[in-house]
Write a protein that binds this ligand. Structure first.
Ligand SMILES: *[C@@H]1O[C@H](CO)[C@@H](O)[C@H](O)[C@H]1NC(C)=O
Length: 320
């Protein structure tokens, strides 16, 4: 086992690796979500026609730099999220476990509190630590979204002129204060809450289904297929609040009075399917992201353990 700090760094490096690979799809997703906002279908421009067309057009006009706009914000957001998952998941879980166990016949067996595994408690702990991360990380996601929608060639959305992440945060804070920095935090929390609560149960469900009906054995192919299935379901649940979030992030309080107003007017002018604009680009980001994070994490954790075994004494390791 690595120390907590070690796992944070190892997990962070793995997640940032996955983010780097999938960031282009995220850029395309945001532009697809914003394209034709509050316009009837026949009037809506179609500058970006889909995932691959989007990647191609951005790469041709803006180069790799265009596809990777906002990458540093994506890293900071990812580290915030991972930090919260690592820091809050277990404390929340053990607190709930002890609350539950003192009321159950298992009462008194103190050692069980850490070891006890309950799917509903685990899901709740995962979702709440994710939502906390989404809250803390929202300003970075906001700046990321605005950097990604900026294009000198085919612009969609308000064109905010931020030189970089830090400049974006400073400008927003200067013009709108704290409120501006946390604009759109509601749908951002809903989005992550949906995603993290659906992920675990659908993963286990898919795994059991594949084992039962297709006789698959435990191993890499089964894990790959179950996480793919779970990724699709996660994306189905997460995408509508994600679209609302992108649109709340694009405006500066001058277009919508709130998330429900955004959802209502989007559906009314563009039809119900508008909440799924950019869905395939989102899927193209989520699927490799999950698989890459898991496989990279295995490597970075191994390296971290080896590194810590070599440089840290036993006493120091226990303190960290
Ligand atoms: C983005 O927000 C602005 C208001 O700040 C609004 O005028 C515009 O329609 C929104 N969407 C797009 C795609 O530009």
């Amino acid at each position: 086992m690595s120390t907590t700090l070690g796992s944070f760094i190892a997990g962070g490096i793995a997640a940032c690796g996955a983010v780097t690979v999938t960031h282009s799809f995220e850029t395309v997703k945001i532009r697809l979500q914003l394209q034709g906002e509050l316009q009837a279908k026949r009037d809506a421009p179609r500058l970006y026609k889909g995932v691959l067309h989007g990647v191609k057009v951005i790469y041709t006009n803006e180069g790799l730099k265009g596809l990777l706009r906002g990458l540093s914000c994506a890293y900071i957001y990812q580290m915030t999220l991972n930090g919260c998952r690592l820091g809050f998941y277990d404390p929340i879980r053990t607190t709930l476990n002890s609350l539950y166990l003192t009321r159950s016949p298992l009462h008194g067996r103190e050692a069980n509190i850490k070891a006890y595994q309950s799917l509903p408690i685990n899901i709740f702990s995962g979702a709440s630590s994710g939502i906390l991360g989404a809250f803390l990380g929202s300003p970075f996601f906001l700046v990321k979204t605005r950097l990604q929608s900026f294009s000198p060639f085919l612009p969609v959305g308000t064109q905010h002129q931020y030189r970089n992440a830090w400049d974006g945060l400073r400008q927003i804070y200067g013009a709108e204060g704290i409120k501006g920095l946390w604009r759109g935090v509601g749908p951002a929390m809903v989005r992550t809450g949906f995603g993290s609560s659906v992920q675990l149960p659908t993963y286990f469900f898919a795994k059991r289904l594949l084992q039962r009906n297709f006789n698959m054995q435990d191993g890499a192919p089964l894990h790959l297929m179950s996480s793919t299935a779970s990724g699709v379901v996660v994306c189905i649940f997460m995408h509508p609040p994600d679209t609302v979030m992108s649109r709340m992030y694009n405006q500066t309080g001058n277009l919508y009075s709130g998330a429900f107003d955004c959802l209502y007017r989007t559906v009314k002018t563009e039809g119900i399917l508008a909440v799924y604009k950019g869905f395939f680009a989102h899927l193209a980001r989520i699927l490799p992201h999950t698989i890459l994070t898991l496989s990279l994490a295995e490597q970075t954790n191994k390296l971290m353990r080896r590194f810590e075994d070599r440089v840290l004494s036993k006493e120091v390791k226990e303190k960290l």
